[in-house]
Design a protein around this ligand. Structure first.
Ligand code: DAK
Length: 258
């Protein structure tokens, strides 16, 4: 499938998706989100892909939803089309790990998209923000909910109410991103991190994703029980046998996702 707003590549079990509307700072329009949903869905069922990397360019991961496209929409338009719901749900349905590699602006819907990924690695030039209030609207694909879970109520509230941007250092210290990397080395380090994930059991990686995400949806007691049952169930897999045998034999395991 050819894409107009994405550059897509699959190599060494890593699916790389680059948002590609550089003239609009990768603003998320319908076409881009449709293509992104399609690319993520395709990688989700492609056996060659074990982990997905989602990135933008040096200036912007994405500067938000496309304001020019939204400008003329009415409530009825938004409601009838259930704006962006299908696309974002397709991304959230992906069971494989998705790493967001962020440089430059990561604002509004762009920040929300990064937060939908499983973890965020960013460059020292990254700027995060939820500036929707400057446009007379509020975040619409999870910003008020996910940012609050990442950084806590006070900082999230301040970000949403003032629209101010957060730099990479603050994003790391407040738990929004897992690591900050010098801009020139970002993609090399992200691909090395993705390679580490790709060499693990793809079955177990999906289980990890499901277990960690469950912590947002349930009580501690139920979450721990869910984790324990997943742990038990992995003893039905070939990858568990391979991982433990390889350890005992002092060799590198070869996981097949079985
Ligand atoms: N939309 C459309 N075009 C954008 C854009 C955006 N979000 N951000 C930048 N651009 C375009 C600019 O218009 C400009 O285009 P030309 O004038 O060259 O044609 C080009 O990208 C370069 O931008 P600038 O000239 O402004 O570049 P600067 O370096 O001077 O400034 C900036 C960079 C990021 C500070 C500035 O561009 C900016 O403030 N951009 C807007 C940021 C923003 O407000 N983002 C939030 C958008 S609202 C929902 C789902 C999602 C959402 C809501 C609801 N539902 C499901 C209900 C999400 C809403 C949003 O994200």
């Amino acid at each position: 499938m050819g894409y107009e707003t994405l550059i897509v590549d699959v190599e060494d079990h890593i699916g790389l998706i680059q948002l590609n509307r550089p003239d609009a700072l990768n603003a998320l329009n319908q076409q881009l989100l449709n293509e992104l949903a399609e690319a993520v869905t395709a990688m989700g069922t492609n056996d060659k892909v074990r982990v997905i990397v989602l990135t933008g360019n040096e200036k912007a991961f994405a500067a938000g939803a496309d304001i020019k496209e939204m400008q003329e929409q009415s409530f009825v338009d938004m409601f009838n089309s259930d704006f962006f719901t299908d696309q974002t749900e397709a991304i959230l349905r992906c069971r494989k790990p998705i790493i967001a590699a962020v440089s430059g602006y990561c604002l509004g819907g762009g920040c929300e998209l990064a937060m939908m990924c499983d973890f965020i690695l960013c460059s020292d030039t990254a700027k995060f923000g939820q500036p929707e209030i400057n446009l007379g609207v509020v975040a619409g694909i999870g910003g008020t909910q996910r940012l609050t879970r990442f950084v806590g109520k006070s900082k999230s509230m301040e970000m949403h109410l003032t629209g101010r941007f957060m730099d990479a250092e603050e994003a790391e210290s407040s738990g929004l991103v897992s690591r900050v990397i010098p801009a020139k080395k970002l993609m090399k380090e992200v691909m090395a991190t993705a390679a580490k994930v790709a060499e693990k059991s793809p079955l177990t990686a999906m289980v990890v994703k499901e277990a960690v995400n469950r912590s947002y949806e349930t009580t501690l007691r139920e979450g721990v029980l869910f984790e324990r049952r997943l742990f038990h169930s992995l003893f039905a897999s070939e990858d568990q046998a391979e991982g433990m045998t390889a350890f005992a034999e002092k060799r590198t395991p070869k996981f097949r996702g079985k």
